[in-house]
Structures are given as structure tokens and as C-alpha cells.
Ligand binder design. Structure first.
Ligand code: KIV
Ligand code: ZN
Length: 530
């Protein structure tokens, strides 16, 4: 932050019009999707948005409509289909951007336009090439136009924490005068320190007149995004912008699950404020986002990590068995971290399959249900019994694959061992046409991926490979996530199988299909970005 905010303890002052509640503004589908290697298609975004609605977030920032046709369509699909949360979308201050943003949101039950422009000297000089006066005009123009479309308008001065205080206050005041109802304070580069960021929020509240909600938007470059957001709340912010699993640009955004559980567990420190989040949905939301983005959740991640409720040392185990609260401040069940149950087997029919999915909160219809059911049958034939976690993984693997035409894996044969060169043969098909190829490799996975490269003609290099199991046990489903890079495009793909080589081949093919889609979309994408 640039210069001294007059420190004052404002923690127990009442704040704006959202007293008693902290609004959860989820930006997983906008800022989260800006993480390197993440590229979600419309079906995947919709799936995440539906789950965010079940989770009970107040706002879903669904995308940045002017960035590409794909973004526009995804925002529009979410605005049309998702009930509950207000659907928001990001816009620059240009009038045509704001109009396009509203166009995407038009069919939502309730919508918000989120207008932003950079205000730090460095951004104004090097990126915008605008003077402070020009930026002020842009703010008035963009926010004013957004307000003509909707009564719910948020404004963000990008790089706020490196913006001179006087100018930031002037800009925020102009935004309120032009109709903004939420003022967001982005720590765009993760530069803030908790007490300093809290002072900044308190300062905005004191200096900017009007009726508005203050919001935090903290990045995690110093690992302080959650702490900074909470400090903002202590100082009067009543909206927090967060991403599931803390994904987002560079080191990510404040993690939704951590902010929510800190507010829940330490309500005594936050004026008894509440969020509307159904915490039992946190673990499932985290798994879904991880599966669809290809971003693994670290084992020791707070709240949603696999080990968040595991006790290793004998003393801890003994304590928890005697009384859970000895070493646990959260009951695992309150965040949905409960053991997987065996739910279906190879004799289960389509009806039982779709009913079980519905109980898990997953609603699939038509071709999507057929595709997921086919995969379920294939896997159940091999694994005998599938748990709810397995079913979630199957759905995540299938979501979106039927939406755009891509290659399907028809046959995979591999040969290898300690004394022979690993070899693979694949048959893939697309639009009713098949193509076959064989290849050798360093190992069977390498051979399978090389054969797929030859059969599809999609050239890409493997930049990351990760294998884990969906549940425990010798017959657990292997869950492989790969990242591929090709001509500047980075994507991830996921594959599931009882056999790790097959899971890898599926993941590789899913990613290769995405490369084709991402390149097609990139040719339509204009050069804009927050
Ligand atoms: O980090 C940032 O500044 C943003 C804005 C667009 C809110 O994401
Ligand atoms: Zn951001």
C-alpha cells in the first residue's frame, strides 16, 4: 500500500447495508479459470455453477463475456439455467463491453455487472496508457452505462493496493456517484499485509460517502489472501471474493472453503456474521472443481485436503478417539468430508444410476446421462462396486466430452515388461471414421501417448502428469490428470480407469481434444484480459 492509512480500530462499527451477513462472491469460473492450463468448456462451467448454487454462494461470477465467444456463451448458459445465486460477469469500462456483458446476463433471474479498470500508476502508464483524468472518465462512463442495465453494479479499481490513496478514494467516490452499489478493493498482485489491508478497507468506509457494500478480492502471492480477506471483514467488508480450492491467476485467489470456515468456526472474532454457505457441500464442490480443472488439491490443504482430518501420531489418534474435539476444531461431516459409501455395482440399471446421481445432487439428462451410464457399466464390470466418490469422478470425466466432437478411444493394447520394449496400439474414432497407430515408448504410458499422437495427428508435449486413486483399495479407480502444451496453448485432461495405462491414455486423448477446441476458440478470442 502506498501511504499511511490512518489506523483506527473500526472492528466493532456497523457496516453498510449487509449487516449480519458476509456475501460470498465466487469467482472460480472467472478469475479461477484464468489459472494457467485451465480451460473449461461451457458444459463443465455449467456443472460447476450448478454445484456452486447447491453450495449456497450468493454470487457466481460466470466469466468475462467480451473475452471470447466461448466465454459469452458460457455466461449466457449459466444465466439461463442456474437458479439461486445472482449471476455476475466482468466488463471493462468501454460502453460496448458493458452492453455485451449485459447481453450475456440478460436472461438471469438476477444479474450483476462487474466493471473494472486499473488505477495504479504502473498499470495506467504501461497498460492503459491513460492519465488519471481519463481513467476517472472511464469509470463514470462504464459504471453509468452498467447502471442503465441493472441496479446491481460492482466496481473494481484494479491493483488497488498499489494505487495512491487519494486517487483510489476519488475513483471509488466517482463510481458510487455513477451508480455502483458494491465497491471491490482488489489486491491484484497479492501485495497486502493483513493489518494494512484491513486499514485500507476501514479507510474506504470512512472516506467514500454513500450507500454501498465493500468487498475484498485478494490474491495469494504472499500466501496471505485468506488472512487479508478476513482482515477486510473485521474492518467492514461485507462481501468476499473467493475461488474454490484457492485457484486463480498465479498463486491463486482467497480459498472459498478457508474463508467460509474461518468465519464459521471463529464467529466470535467476526461480530457473529454469517454466510449462506451449506458447509456440508464444501468437500464435494472442491472435488468437482479439482476434477474439471485438473488442479489437484494438496493433501494437507485446510478444510478440503484428504489429510485435513487424518491423525497420524498415536497421541493424536488416542485423543480423537476419546473425544473428537481434543485435536479437531471442525467436525469432518460439517464440511462433507465423510467416508465414501458403496453405492452401485455391475447389476445396477440406468434408473438406479440416475437416481443415485440425483441423491448426490448431480442431475444428468439425455446424451450426458447415456455417456456417463456407459462409462459406469464399463467400470462396474471391472471394479464390481463403485462408491459415491467413483460416481462423481465418472461424471466429471464425461462432462463436456459429448458437447464438442472429439476423438474417442476405441482400442488400446499395450505390451511391455522388464525385458521388452514397451509398445502400444490404439484405434481412435471421430465422426464415424477410425484411425489406427502403433508406437514404442520409454514405458507403456509413453508408448500409448505416442500412438495417440500418431493416430490423431494432434501434436502436443506432455508438461505434467499426475496419478492418484479415487478411493482406497487395490481395485480403486486410477485418476490421471495430464497437462499438454501445444503452440502456446496449455490444457489439462483427465482419465479414469481401473488400469493406470488406460486412464493415462484417456487423459491424454481428452487433453488432445481440448487443444483442438482451445485453438479454434483462440482464433476467435480478442486480445482482452483483466
Ligand atoms: O485481481 C483483480 O484485480 C481482478 C479484478 C478484475 C477484480 O481480478
Ligand atoms: Zn483477481
Amino acid at each position: 500500500m502506498t501511504n499511511g492509512t490512518q489506523a483506527r480500530d473500526t472492528r466493532h462499527e456497523t457496516a453498510g447495508k449487509k449487516d449480519g451477513k458476509v456475501v460470498i462472491f465466487d469467482t472460480t469460473l472467472r478469475d479461477g479459470e484464468q489459472s494457467p492450463g485451465i480451460s473449461l468448456d461451457a458444459a463443465e462451467k455449467l456443472e460447476i455453477a450448478e454445484q456452486l448454487a447447491r453450495l449456497g454462494v450468493d454470487y457466481i461470477e460466470a466469466g468475462f463475456p467480451v473475452a471470447s465467444e466461448g466465454d459469452f456463451e458460457a455466461v449466457q448458459a449459466i444465466a439461463r439455467a442456474v437458479d439461486g445465486p445472482v449471476i455476475a460477469a466482468l466488463s471493462r469500462t468501454h460502453l460496448s463491453d458493458v452492453d455485451r456483458c449485459f447481453e450475456a446476463l440478460r436472461d438471469a433471474e438476477r444479474q450483476r455487472i462487474h466493471v473494472f479498470i486499473s488505477t495504479s500508476p504502473s498499470h495506467m502508464e504501461h497498460m492503459l496508457k491513460m492519465t488519471p483524468d481519463q481513467v476517472l472518465n472511464e469509470v463514470r462512463q462504464g459504471v453509468g452505462r452498467a447502471r442503465e442495465h441493472t441496479a446491481d453494479v460492482e466496481f473494481s479499481p484494479q491493483d488497488a493496493t498499489r494505487t495512491p490513496l487519494d486517487f483510489m478514494i476519488e475513483v471509488l467516490a466517482a463510481a458510487v456517484e455513477s451508480g455502483a452499489t458494491t465497491l471491490n478493493v482488489p489486491d491484484t498482485v497479492g501485495f497486502g499485509i493483513p493489518w494494512e489491508f484491513g486499514d485500507l478497507i476501514a479507510y474506504v468506509r470512512r472516506q467514500v460517502p454513500g450507500d454501498y457494500v465493500i468487498s475484498t478480492h485478494c490474491h495469494d502471492d504472499l500466501g496471505l489472501a485468506v488472512a487479508n480477506s478476513l482482515s477486510g471483514v473485521r474492518n467492514g467488508a461485507r462481501q468476499v471474493e473467493v475461488c474454490v480450492n484457492g485457484i486463480g491467476e498465479r498463486a491463486g485467489n482467497a480459498a472459498l472453503e478457508e474463508v467460509v470456515m474461518a468465519l464459521e468456526v471463529r464467529r466470535d472474532q467476526f461480530l457473529d456474521l454469517r454466510t449462506g454457505v451449506r458447509t456440508e457441500e464444501l468437500a464435494r464442490t472442491s472435488r468437482l472443481v479439482s476434477r474439471l480443472t485438473g488442479y489437484q488439491v494438496q493433501r494437507n490443504k485446510a478444510v478440503v485436503g484428504r489429510n485435513a482430518f487424518a491423525h497420524e501420531s498415536g497421541i493424536h489418534q488416542h485423543g480423537v478417539l476419546a473425544e473428537r474435539s481434543t485435536y479437531e476444531i471442525i467436525d469432518a461431516a460439517t464440511v462433507g468430508q465423510v467416508g465414501s459409501e458403496i453405492v452401485l455395482g455391475k447389476h445396477s440399471g440406468r434408473h438406479a444410476f440416475s437416481e443415485t446421481l440425483e441423491k448426490l445432487g448431480i442431475v444428468l439428462r439425455g446424451e450426458a446421462l447415456d455417456a456417463a451410464f456407459r462409462r459406469f457399466k464399463e467400470l462396474a464390470d471391472r471394479k464390481v462396486q463403485l462408491t459415491d466418490a467413483d460416481l462423481e469422478a465418472i461424471v466429471a470425466e464425461e462432462v463436456g466430452t459429448g458437447v464438442e466432437e472429439g476423438f474417442a478411444l476405441d482400442v488400446l493394447e499395450v505390451h511391455g515388461g522388464t525385458s521388452s520394449t514397451p509398445r502400444a496400439r490404439v484405434v481412435v474414432s471421430r465422426d464415424g471414421r477410425t484411425s489406427e497407430a502403433s508406437a514404442e515408448g520409454d514405458g507403456m504410458i509413453d508408448a500409448a501417448c505416442s500412438a495417440i499422437r500418431k493416430a490423431t495427428g494432434i501434436d502436443a508435449s506432455l508438461t505434467d502428469f499426475n496419478v492418484s486413486s479415487v478411493t482406497g483399495g487395490i481395485d480403486a479407480l486410477g485418476d490421471v490428470v495430464v497437462q499438454l502444451s501445444s503452440g502456446g496453448v496449455k490444457v489439462s485432461g483427465r482419465g479414469l480407469s481401473t488400469d493406470v495405462v488406460e486412464a493415462s491414455a484417456r487423459a491424454y486423448l481428452a487433453a488432445a481434444n481440448r487443444i483442438v477446441r482451445a485453438k479454434a476458440a483462440a482464433t476467435k478470442r480478442s486480445e482482452v484480459g483483466p
